[in-house]
Design a protein around this ligand. Structure first.
Ligand code: NAP
Length: 294
């Protein structure tokens, strides 16, 4: 059965391939982008490649909660329900820290707050699905994260890559918490899981500035990956497509899946339920004004 699927960051990389493959399976795919021309181009590419004309786009800069809210308003005006939300957009940002218009460190805003706000705002539409699914994207780098819970706006973290690793650990904790909240509320028709795409040769990290050596590592990794045809975006999209469509994971929630579709354990070295709750409360406090406006 055809599903309505919204994928963030689907104008490039893993998100774009995920969108194309889900469209090829006959689903109604809504790609999210931040650049209208690029989004229009990708919609046309996917329509041509798959023959599926049910491909649309929505625009939002995910650094901005106001823009996220606007995206959801536009979605709600056009679609009566949502079957799958894939919170794919994410990035490693520059070493130089910046804060968004909402006063949130950029990596936290894009990788942690945006997925959570979208999930909260779109939950009513997901609840109208027989089998609503949320998929959040993490990374192997979460295993290297050692967050300071007194510094959740990452003001004392000097490296873009360290902020990225922390944000991807936080995605896992928020996913677990979201799943538990759904269960407590008796919501059985919406699940939320984490997808880890593995390394994929995309534009990921190519534009970030984390010093000469780190910048070079991203460029060399991309060159080698593309030359040897390994770690393709297609391989990176496998678990997303699986989590969005497979009956095998219907009702499974709060779990972490690797790039081979296997449910595995994320790193637990930093984990405590109290830290998970502290993170959740911090994030909810930041996004609450945009939820209350509903
Ligand atoms: N590639 C890997 O090896 C790897 C490994 C582990 C995890 N991941 C995760 O997988 C996900 C996809 O990564 P990717 O490799 O496909 O990255 P990518 O090729 O750089 O694509 C990222 C997508 O996110 C969008 N995006 C970035 N910042 C945005 C913003 N502020 N507002 C709206 N959209 C924004 C980009 O839009 P534009 O097209 O406008 O740039 C693009 O569509 C990310 O969450 C990443 O952390 C990737």
């Amino acid at each position: 059965m055809s599903k309505i699927i919204l994928i963030t960051g689907a104008t490039d990389g893993i998100g774009k391939v995920t969108a194309r493959e889900l469209a090829a399976l006959g689903h109604h795919v809504i790609i999210h982008g931040r650049n209208q021309q690029k989004a229009e181009r990708v919609v046309n590419e996917i329509k041509t490649a798959t023959g599926n004309q049910h491909v649309n786009y929505l625009i939002a800069d995910l650094f901005s909660m106001k823009a996220i809210k606007h995206l959801v308003t536009n979605f709600n005006a056009k679609y009566d329900h949502l079957d799958v939300l894939i919170n794919n957009a994410g990035a490693v940002l520059d070493a130089k820290r910046f804060e968004t218009e909402d006063g949130i460190e950029g990596t936290m805003a894009l990788n942690v707050m945006a997925p959570l706000l979208l999930s909260e705002l779109l939950l009513p539409k997901l609840r109208l699905s027989n089998d609503g699914r949320i998929i959040n994207m993490s990374s192997a780098t979460h295993r290297m994260a050692h967050p300071d819970m007194q510094d959740l706006n990452l003001s004392r973290v000097a490296s873009g890559q360290t902020r990225y690793a922390i944000s991807k650990l936080f995605v896992i904790w928020n996913t677990q918490h979201f799943a538990a909240r759904l269960q407590q509320a008796g919501i059985t028709n919406v699940s939320v899981n984490v997808s880890h795409p593995g390394m994929a040769t995309t534009n990921f990290g190519q534009d970030s500035n984390n010093g000469f050596f780190n910048n070079l590592v991203y460029k060399v990794a991309l060159f080698i990956g593309k030359t040897l045809h390994v770690a393709t975006p297609e391989q990176g999209a496998v678990t997303n497509v699986y989590l969005a469509t497979s009956d095998a994971v219907k009702g499974v929630s709060g779990k972490f899946f690797d790039n081979k579709k296997h449910q595995v354990k994320p790193a637990t070295g930093e984990y405590t339920p109290a830290k998970e709750l502290a993170l959740w409360n911090y994030c909810m406090e930041k996004i609450q004004p945009w939820i209350d406006e509903n």
